[in-house]
Design a protein around this ligand. Structure first.
Ligand SMILES: [Zn+2]
Length: 376
């Protein structure tokens, strides 16, 4: 979420990462448990006991979320979907899939696996709580297990809400998809349901806050906002996948790219190209050979006073993996490359020769056109 995450584990070839946002929330929850919840629930223990109970509960919570995500991941793997990583972040966990499941069955199985794992954990912790309670001396531990059992019930129930980024939303989409055979319509329906539910959660949070439970109310409002934004972008993402996945860059590129000569001065480049075309990157061509790339960033690397004498060739950036893409590559790959290198345009090559340019704006225009056509 905040983009800063640390890898803590690697299981079954899957990276498990913890985002800074989760570490902060976990610290806050631990504090709330040790100072508020546990002393209220289980009176008469020492502050030290409350703190180690809180610590054990937080570790148990983290493990519960990881196991929930791991269940999703293992089912995804069984269906042959490549998986990047699992990240614990502020609202729980996310398993990052590289591609969407291709059939309703795969989607259904993958989505239901997480909540099922949580239910299994809820039973397991409940059983451990009973076991620990029966040995009288371990009552503090029994309380922690009982708490973890409750938390896993909550995790299962919350994730089964039929709001799209949540597992319940995916289950709902898989069912609609299976019955209608139309994944786009199923996504739109699930997205609408998600937005409606998120709005209800936000409203509930506001009411709660007004009734005096301010922190809890605010928390529900934040969760609602998160679900709302994820649910509304789900349609967009699904369309994007469908439009650009397995479609070569060649189909979307402009075949008459505007190129710049390395002999041109920076002032002339700014005047004749940047002001003229407003592109953030131009290929640099010496005769028919692609020799580099230049944009405003490279031009500005030379002091303004020297723009009349500095040449494009002096400041241009070499062509690299980051600013070029093969004409045969997947258009989805072009999008992720643009995202990574923060460029809105990429040079398209074929056997090292310039054949075109692909622009983010063109891809997005096409996407919104397609959505406008299908949206009604
Ligand atoms: Zn889940």
């Amino acid at each position: 979420m905040f983009g800063l995450s640390i890898r803590v584990l690697r299981v079954f070839g899957i990276d498990v990462k913890v985002d800074v946002s989760w570490a902060l929330v976990a610290t806050f929850i631990a504090w709330a448990l040790a100072e508020g919840v546990f002393p209220q629930l289980y009176e008469g223990l020492s502050p030290f006991a409350y703190w180690w109970m809180a610590l054990a509960a937080i570790i148990g919570l983290g493990l519960s979320i990881i196991l929930h995500e791991l269940a999703h991941s293992l089912v995804a793997k069984a269906f042959g979907l490549p998986l990047k990583s699992i990240t614990l972040f502020v609202f729980g966990g996310v398993a990052q899939l590289e591609e969407e499941p291709g059939t309703p069955l795969a989607e259904f199985a993958m989505a239901i696996a997480g909540p099922l794992a949580s239910v299994a954990l809820a039973f397991l912790f409940g059983w451990m709580a009973q076991g620990a309670a029966s040995i009288g001396a371990l009552s503090a531990l029994a309380n922690v297990f009982f708490y973890l059992s409750m938390i896993n019930w909550v995790l299962a129930a919350f994730n089964m809400l039929p709001a799209l980024p949540l597992d319940g939303g995916r289950v709902y989409r898989a069912i609609v998809w299976a019955f209608t055979g139309d994944v786009s319509a199923a996504t739109r329906s699930a997205s609408r349901l998600g937005v409606a539910l998120a709005t209800a959660i936000i409203a509930l949070g506001v009411v709660w806050a007004l009734l005096g439970q301010f922190a809890a109310g605010l928390w529900w409002v934040l969760i609602g906002l998160f679900i709302r934004s994820a649910a509304s972008t789900a349609v967009y993402q699904e369309q994007m996948q469908r439009l650009f996945k397995n479609a070569p860059v060649r189909d979307f590129m402009s075949t008459e790219p505007v190129s710049v000569s390395p002999e041109l001065t920076i002032s002339a480049f700014i005047e004749q190209y940047v002001y003229e075309y407003h592109f953030d990157m131009f290929p640099v061509m010496r005769d028919t050979a692609l020799v580099g790339a230049i944009g405003l960033t490279e031009a500005k690397s030379a002091p303004r006073s020297s723009w009349a004498t500095t040449l494009v060739g002096d400041v241009m950036r070499p062509v690299s993996e980051a600013n070029t893409i093969d004409a045969a590559a997947d258009a989805m790959e072009a999008l992720s490359k643009m995202h990574k290198s923060r460029l809105s345009r990429l040079i398209v090559t074929e056997n090292g020769r310039l054949v075109g340019m692909i622009a983010l704006k063109d891809l997005l225009d096409l996407l919104s056109l397609k959505m406008a056509l299908e949206g009604r």
